[in-house]
Write a protein that binds this ligand. Structure first.
Ligand SMILES: [Mg+2]
Length: 366
C-alpha cells in the first residue's frame, strides 16, 4: 500500500527507571524499581502516540532490545489505524520468542502507543474507544497490606482506607505459618467490619495441599478473592482448588497470552481474572481476554497499572475492582481523579495520562 497520512514513519523506544513510591514486599519478591519501557510512534501527518510497559526491576533492557531490534522495524510503513494488523505484524516478527513475558511486555509498549494514536486521531478518551460502559470504577487499596508490615500496621492502614471511602483492601499472605496469615486477616476483618471487601494475595507461593489448608482457614473472613495461590502455569491445580473452597480464586497477573486465559476459563479454574495490560501484550489482547471472560460470566479485576486499567475496566460490562498502586507520580503532571473511593475515567483524548517529558528524559537510562 502506498504511504498515507496515517502511515507509521517513526518508531522509537526508551527505558526509564522509577524508584518505588512505597516499599512493597510479598511472599516471593520485592518491587525493586519500575523499569518503564516507552514506545513513541509517529505518523506521516505528524501525529505522535506514546505507550508504555513495565517490569518490577529486571528484564527491562531485554524488552527494550526486543523492541528496537525486532518489533519496531516490523511496523514501519504500516497504517497506524489498522491496529490488529500492526499488532500481528509485530507478533509475527518475533515468532520464536512468543508467547513469553519479554515479547508480551514489548508488544504492550507498542500496542498502547497505537491506541494512544487511535484515540488522539479520533479525539476520544480510551474508556470510550475501548467500549465505553461506565465512567467510574471502584478502587481497592493494596499499599497498606504488604507482607513485611505488622498486624497493627495492617489494621491501622485498613481503617484509614475505610475512612477514606475505599471499597476494599488487599493483604499479602504467605507468612511461614498459616495460622499467622489467618490471624492477620482476621484482625483486619474484625477492624473494618462486614461491609468492606477484603482480598488476599499469596503471589504463587503455595502448593495445592497448602493452598487447600490455607483457604479453609480463611473461609470465615468473607474474602472477595484469594489471589495467585499457586504457580500460574499449573491450571490443573487451580481447577482442583476452585472445587475445594468457597473463596473465589483470582489469577491473571502472571499470564502472558489470551490462550492461557482461555484454558483457565474453559476449565473453571478462575473465579476472577486479573489481566495486566502490559503482561498480556497491550490493550488489543486485554480486550479479547475481557470479552472472553464476559462470555464465561467472569469478572475482570486487573493487576496494577491503574492509569490504564481504570479506563479499560470502565470500557467493559464485566469490569470489577481496580487496584490502587500509584507509581507514575514522578513522570506525570496528571493524577487519577478519585471520588468516594471510585476512580473517575480520564476524559481527555488519548490514554488519559499527562506525561512530564522533561522528568522522563531526566530518568532515562537507555
Ligand atoms: Mg498479585
Amino acid at each position: 500500500m502506498p504511504p498515507t497520512a496515517t502511515t507509521i514513519t517513526t518508531a522509537t523506544a526508551s527505558l526509564v527507571d522509577l524508584e518505588v513510591e512505597t516499599v512493597r514486599t510479598d511472599a516471593i519478591q520485592s518491587f525493586l524499581k519500575q523499569e518503564t519501557i516507552f514506545v513513541e510512534l509517529g505518523t506521516a501527518d505528524g501525529l505522535a502516540g506514546r505507550g508504555y510497559s513495565y517490569t518490577i526491576g529486571t528484564g527491562g533492557r531485554a524488552v527494550l532490545s526486543m523492541l528496537r531490534e525486532t518489533l519496531l522495524p516490523a511496523v514501519i510503513g504500516l497504517d497506524s489505524r489498522a491496529v490488529e494488523r500492526v499488532w500481528r505484524a509485530a507478533f509475527d516478527s518475533s515468532r520464536a520468542t512468543t508467547v513469553g513475558p519479554i515479547t508480551s511486555l514489548a508488544l504492550a509498549a507498542l500496542d498502547t502507543a497505537l491506541w494512544d494514536l487511535r484515540c488522539l486521531r479520533d479525539a476520544q478518551p480510551l474508556w470510550l474507544a475501548a467500549g465505553g460502559f461506565r465512567d467510574t470504577v471502584p478502587l481497592y487499596d493494596t499499599e497498606g497490606g504488604w507482607l513485611h508490615l505488622g498486624t497493627d500496621e495492617l489494621v491501622e492502614n485498613a481503617l484509614r482506607a475505610k475512612a477514606q471511602g475505599w471499597s476494599g483492601v488487599k493483604l499479602k499472605v504467605g507468612r511461614p505459618s498459616a495460622r499467622e496469615d489467618a490471624e492477620r486477616v482476621g484482625a483486619v476483618r474484625d477492624a473494618v467490619g462486614p461491609g468492606m471487601a477484603v482480598m488476599v494475595d499469596a503471589n504463587q507461593s503455595l502448593t495445592l495441599a497448602s493452598a487447600r489448608a490455607r483457604t479453609a482457614l480463611l473461609e470465615p473472613f468473607d474474602l472477595t478473592w484469594y489471589e495467585e495461590p499457586m504457580p500460574a502455569e499449573d491450571v490443573t491445580a487451580h481447577a482442583e482448588l476452585v472445587r475445594s473452597t468457597s473463596v473465589p480464586i483470582a489469577v491473571g497477573e502472571s499470564i502472558y497470552s489470551v490462550g492461557q486465559f482461555k484454558e483457565y476459563l474453559q476449565r473453571g479454574a478462575a473465579g476472577i481474572v486479573q489481566t495486566d495490560v502490559a503482561r498480556i501484550g497491550g490493550i488489543t489482547p486485554w480486550l479479547k481476554v475481557a470479552h472472553l471472560a464476559e462470555a464465561y460470566n467472569v469478572t475482570v479485576c486487573p493487576h496494577f497499572l491503574m492509569e490504564l486499567h481504570v479506563s479499560l475496566t470502565a470500557a467493559i460490562p464485566n469490569g470489577g475492582f481496580v487496584e490502587h498502586i500509584p507509581q507514575l507520580g514522578a513522570i506525570t503532571t496528571s493524577s487519577l481523579r478519585i471520588v468516594d473511593g471510585h476512580a473517575v475515567v480520564p476524559d481527555e483524548p488519548g490514554l488519559g495520562i499527562a506525561w512530564d517529558l522533561d522528568a522522563i528524559e531526566d530518568r532515562r537510562v537507555a
